[in-house]
Design a protein around this ligand. Structure first.
Ligand SMILES: [Fe+2]
Length: 209
C-alpha cells in the first residue's frame, strides 16, 4: 500500500506521463555583500553553524543535514534598493513544533534587539517575519492545527482563507501574553484570526501593491 505522506512514493497525478519523484527541499543559497554579519545573524536566529567555510562563503546547518544554507560573497555582489518590487524570492520559512517554541524565540530575539517586520495569523500558521542583514525575509512559524493534515485540509477548504489568503496581522506581544495567561494554542489562534489581537506599530509585509 502506498503511503502518500512519504517523500518519493507519492503516485503520479492523473495525466502525468511518468512517475514523479518528490524530492525534499534541502538548502537555500544566498549571495551576500556582508558575509560575516549574515553568518552571525543566522547563528543567532536559527542556530546555524558552519560545516565548511572558505574565504568566499560558508555551508551552514542547524540540523543533521550537511548544510541547509550557503552564504556566498564576492566584491561584485551588491544590495538591491528595489528588492521589494523585483521578481524573485520573498521569504524563506522555518517551522517550530508549537507556539511555545516560536514565542520563546520571539522573546529571545527581542532581547537581542531583533524584531519582526510583520506578524500574521495566516489561518493555517502563525508566522513572524524577520529581515536578515541583507533585507531577505525569514518567516518563523508554527502550524495552527499542530499537524500538516489539519492545516492542509484548512488551506484546501476554508472560505476564510479563500477570502483573505494573507491572513490577519497580529501583535506578537499580545499572543505571547495570552499564552502566559494560560490560553491554549487553539484559543490564541481563534482570537488572533478573529482580529482580537491586531498588529500595532510597524507592520510591513514587504509586498508591493
Ligand atoms: Fe510563507
Amino acid at each position: 500500500m502506498t503511503d502518500a505522506t512519504q517523500v518519493g512514493t507519492v503516485p503520479a497525478a492523473e495525466g502525468d506521463t511518468g512517475r514523479v519523484i518528490h524530492p525534499r527541499l534541502h538548502h537555500v543559497f544566498l549571495k551576500t555583500p556582508r558575509l560575516e554579519e549574515m553568518k552571525e545573524w543566522y547563528r543567532v536566529v536559527l542556530g546555524m553553524s558552519p560545516n565548511f567555510e572558505w574565504d568566499d562563503g560558508a555551508f551552514l546547518t542547524n540540523d543533521e543535514a550537511n548544510h541547509r544554507l550557503v552564504l556566498f560573497t564576492s566584491a561584485q555582489i551588491a544590495d538591491d534598493p528595489d528588492k521589494i518590487t523585483r521578481a524573485g524570492l520573498h521569504h524563506i520559512a522555518y517551522e517550530y513544533a508549537d507556539c511555545d517554541e516560536l514565542f520563546d524565540t520571539w522573546s529571545r530575539l527581542k532581547a537581542a534587539g531583533i524584531e519582526p517586520h510583520a506578524c500574521l495569523d495566516h489561518g493555517l500558521t502563525t508566522s513572524f517575519y524577520y529581515l536578515d542583514p541583507d533585507g531577505n525575509s525569514l518567516e518563523l512559524q508554527y502550524d495552527n492545527f499542530g499537524d500538516w493534515a489539519g492545516s492542509t485540509e484548512f488551506i484546501r477548504t476554508s472560505e476564510d482563507f479563500r477570502a483573505e489568503p494573507i491572513g490577519q496581522p497580529v501583535d506578537p506581544a499580545a499572543l505571547v501574553a495570552a499564552r502566559a495567561e494560560g490560553a491554549s494554542m487553539e484559543e490564541i489562534h481563534r482570537r488572533a484570526y478573529a482580529g482580537e489581537m491586531p498588529a500595532t506599530g510597524d507592520h510591513d509585509i514587504r509586498i508591493p501593491g
